[in-house]
Ligand binder design. Structure first.
Ligand SMILES: Nc1ncnc2c1ncn2[C@@H]1O[C@H](COP(=O)(O)OP(=O)(O)OP(=O)(O)O)[C@@H](O)[C@H]1O
Ligand SMILES: [Mg+2]
Length: 284
């Protein structure tokens, strides 16, 4: 099993190495990086190119580790026990009918190897990663209600993404292979754009990329635009048929780029950018 990149996803050499290292070590690949740099998509693309079904677990602030294993639906069981006519009371007798399997249970008991994405692990509370240590390490857990040990038939290929909102515990980090997706350089970004807009005119791309990196490199921005924002912006430029001239700053005219709302996501950043444009204009 080796990941070699895919037609829809531009993976740098580093990233491919990291994916393959995690597969070889049989450890989860912990992927960090700015929002919109392709962390979630990486799991989807690796799964697809290795021919593995992908199970996804999107973490929220309220998610508990136990939900990934299983949950016991006691309320339904109680209700069914009061309504005797459900299967003539047969259903209630078997506790298995009230165990709701979580993604880890599904991944462990699947007949073929699967890929498992634990997306945005940093959204959960601080105990969440610690609560999964044993499951991730030993690939097994115990279901007390049914008194069975659920052990992985095949070790899943695990991807864990984080936006760095919270630090992850050391014991958890020890069990992972880590990769930080660096913000793509101009060359890589061009390849990414080419994947999404194969027929884009070169002049438009060059002008748009220049504006994009200018905006991104503005010192003091609260939220830097990322890959997915550039793609959104390009989509709009194409859809609205924005002329090339609107993006190119002439000697006497530096302007705020059209549809800047696709790149800058708060008013302070827009104001900062406008100020800079204003200053540049006055300096000429
Ligand atoms: N290397 C890449 N190749 C192709 N497309 C990419 C790449 N990186 C990012 N994209 C594009 O950017 C979009 C956002 O990617 P994705 O949702 O995976 O980002 P993310 O890192 O998970 O962001 P977040 O942290 O906000 O969840 C994707 O839908 C894809 O269109
Ligand atoms: Mg994501």
């Amino acid at each position: 099993m080796k990941f070699q990149g895919s037609d829809n996803y531009v993976a740098t050499r580093d990233l491919m190495l990291a994916v393959n290292a995690a597969i070889t070590l049989q450890r989860p690949l912990l992927v960090k990086g700015e929002p919109g740099t392709g962390k979630t998509m990486l799991a989807e693309e690796v799964a697809q190119s290795l021919g593995l079904p992908l199970l996804q677990w999107h973490i929220k602030s309220t998610t508990k580790a136990q939900q990934g294993l299983y949950e016991y639906d006691a309320v339904s069981r109680l209700r069914d026990s009061q309504l005797k006519d459900v299967d003539g009371g047969e259903r209630v007798k078997d506790i298995q009918n009230y165990i709701i399997k979580g993604v880890l249970w599904q991944a462990f008991t699947a007949d073929q190897p699967v890929a498992l994405l634990i997306d945005e692990i940093d959204k959960a509370d601080i105990e969440f990663p610690n609560d999964l240590l044993r499951e991730i390490d030993r690939m097994e857990f115990y279901c007390y209600e049914t008194r069975e040990l659920i052990r992985a038939k095949h070790r899943p290929v695990v991807f864990i993404t984080s936006n760095n909102e919270k630090e992850l515990p050391d014991a958890f980090l020890r069990r992972c292979f880590f990769h930080y997706i660096k913000f793509p350089d101009a060359e890589t970004m061009k390849s990414i754009v080419a994947v999404h807009f194969p027929g884009l005119k070169q002049e438009l791309l060059t002008a748009a990329m220049k504006t994009f990196y200018d905006v991104r490199n503005l010192p003091g921005l609260k939220k830097k635009p990322s890959t997915s924002e550039l793609l959104d912006w390009l989509k709009l430029l194409v859809a609205e048929d924005i002329p090339l001239e609107a993006l190119q700053s002439k000697e006497d005219k530096v302007a705020v780029p059209p549809l800047v709302g696709a790149l800058l996501k708060n008013e302070q950043d827009v104001t900062l950018f406008e100020k800079l444009v204003f200053m540049q204009r006055n300096n000429r």
